[in-house]
Design a protein around this ligand. Structure first.
Ligand code: HEM
Length: 482
């Protein structure tokens, strides 16, 4: 039997051609096989392997030839050496064998309920994404401390009359941000910062309503199964906790004692709480995206077809594909984890205003590692990683470089193993590379230009987009047979 080791002794170009020939035209197998053995001195058992696996290849070919558009389109696209006649020949073969177990290969029926629930989850995910972006703008415009109390229900109504506005402004004047930073602020300036914090909180309420009522409705209609219901309940509870966490974060910027404890003269929220708030928002966003995609774009292969493909995988070409897909899945999980980690380190950069020191790139000032990377006043020393702006910025640079390097490596691996991937998985990999490149460029520009609101917000949106593409890639890979 032809095994993976045997395969490795083939030149990549020959392997590639061999694989496409195997899949495209059954009759080519014998000629390919004999050509290989002549050219590459591969032993007889290698040839026998092809012959023995002939029947399995037949099943792959018939799978390809039936409803599995994805494989058909994919392999015929790949086989650039194929002449037009070969393509016509292939289509003829497809027609002949297409009456085989037609039912088995049907794409799974997309139930109306699934589609509705999936679209609602993706819509909720979009709302959470908008919430994250507005949260970023709120922070960048230093508006986050403008509403000094937390009234989840009545707080939905903003001040309307002049008296109400003045009363709200008076409340704000009692807190450290006004006293230390904004002394002399006018009412109309206050209205501007109020607008962003109010919009952020209002959208949070809208999301709660837009999630809860359809959830109950779809549950009643039986569109949501038990397992998904449990998961979505957890997401809903996380959403509620997110509101409380937001207030806990804001409080850290209102409380004089907490500000002094941090040894800071500037009233700003705790970077730990900011990172927790952002991290939890990212987790909610990712969960909604994952569940939504699972319903809107379920596996393109029916379980029966998936099973047949798996059993046909004992052939060499399929073993190689399976190997590539498994590796891709593993690497993509790692890359997604790295993106998340880099984003969390970005939250510390934002929380400490660490984008306002060392505004040079690639070096920090004239050095790769600046002399003041450790602040001796911060004890124990490891706390520099979370509390010293220079260290935090340095970490973000290093993590971003590792993340980008891993995206490049993943793209190279995907390119080498592209035959094993579906067109959608390859598209997702290409998008990951494009968005990753844009995100790094945006990060550098944000740093060099001293974090203007527009670029800071764009950089934060970029991290969300990058994470979304990584999740999409994981989803596309999940659909490929193991
Ligand atoms: C994979 C690459 C990257 C990711 C996922 C990422 C993610 C993030 C995130 C999530 C934030 C927090 C934004 C906020 O809460 O407002 C942030 C902030 C920041 N990042 Fe990145 N980043 C990346 C690369 C870079 C690079 C290469 C640089 C520059 C060397 C950079 C510079 C900054 C700066 C200066 C901030 C602070 C912006 C602010 O104060 O709002 N980032 N990053």
């Amino acid at each position: 039997m032809l095994n993976r080791a045997g395969l490795r002794c083939l030149k990549p170009s020959i392997f590639k051609q061999t694989k496409s020939n195997l899949i495209i035209n059954n009759s080519n197998i014998l000629s390919v096989s004999s050509r290989l053995s002549k050219n590459n001195n591969i032993n007889q058992s290698f040839n026998n392997g092809f012959l023995q696996s002939n029947s399995k290849l037949n099943s792959i070919i018939s799978l390809n030839n039936n409803n599995n558009n994805y494989y058909k389109r994919f392999y015929s696209n790949e086989n650039k050496t194929n002449s037009n006649e070969q393509v016509k020949e292939e289509e003829k073969t497809n027609d002949n064998s297409s009456n085989n177990n037609e039912e088995d290969y049907k794409e799974p029926e997309q139930s109306k309920g699934n589609k509705k629930v999936g679209n609602w989850l993706l819509f909720s995910c979009g709302l959470v994404g908008a919430m994250i972006v507005i949260g970023g703008i709120t922070r960048l415009t230093e508006s986050g401390l403008s509403i000094v109390d937390w009234k989840p229900v009545v707080g939905a109504i903003p001040p309307i009359t002049q008296e109400e506005w003045e009363a709200e402004f008076e409340k704000y004047k009692q807190f450290p941000e006004y006293k230390r930073l904004n002394m002399g602020m006018t009412l109309s300036e206050f209205k501007e910062i109020f607008f962003w914090e109010y919009s952020h909180r209002l959208l949070g309420r809208v999301i709660g309503v837009a999630f809860f009522f359809p959830f109950v409705w779809y549950l009643k209609k039986g569109y949501i199964n038990r397992s998904l219901a449990k998961k979505l309940s957890v997401v809903f509870l996380m959403g509620g906790a997110q509101g409380a966490l937001g207030w806990y974060m804001v409080k850290s910027g209102l409380d004089e004692k907490l500000i002094q404890d941090r040894g800071s003269d500037i009233p700003r929220v705790s970077q730990y709480r900011l990172a927790a708030h952002l991290g939890s928002a990212f987790v909610i966003y990712m969960a909604l995206l994952w569940f939504g995609l699972g319903l809107v774009r379920p596996s393109a292969l029916s379980p029966a077809m998936m099973q047949k493909l798996k059993s046909a995988m004992s052939t060499l070409a399929q073993q190689k594909s399976s190997f590539t897909i498994e590796k891709m899945k593993k690497y993509s999980h790692q890359v997604s984890g790295l993106i998340f980690l880099t984003a969390m380190s970005g939250a510390f950069v934002a929380g400490l205003d660490a984008g306002l020191v060392y505004n040079t790139f690639p070096k920090m000032g004239h050095q790769w590692i600046p002399d003041d990377i450790i602040n001796p006043k911060i004890k124990p020393a490891y706390k520099n990683m979370f509390e010293h702006d220079v260290t935090v910025q340095f970490q973000h640079r290093v993590l971003a470089t590792i993340t980008y390097g891993s995206i490049l490596a993943l793209s190279a691996f995907a390119y080498r193993g592209r035959l094993a991937l579906s067109p959608k998985a390859r598209l997702a990999t290409n998008c990951l590379l494009a968005v990753g490149t844009a995100q790094v460029a945006l990060g550098i520009t944000t740093l060099l230009t001293f974090v203007p609101v527009s670029l800071g917000a764009a950089h934060q949106t970029g991290s969300l987009t990058l994470l979304s593409v990584a999740i999409w890639l994981l989803h596309e890979l999940k659909k490929l047979p193991k």
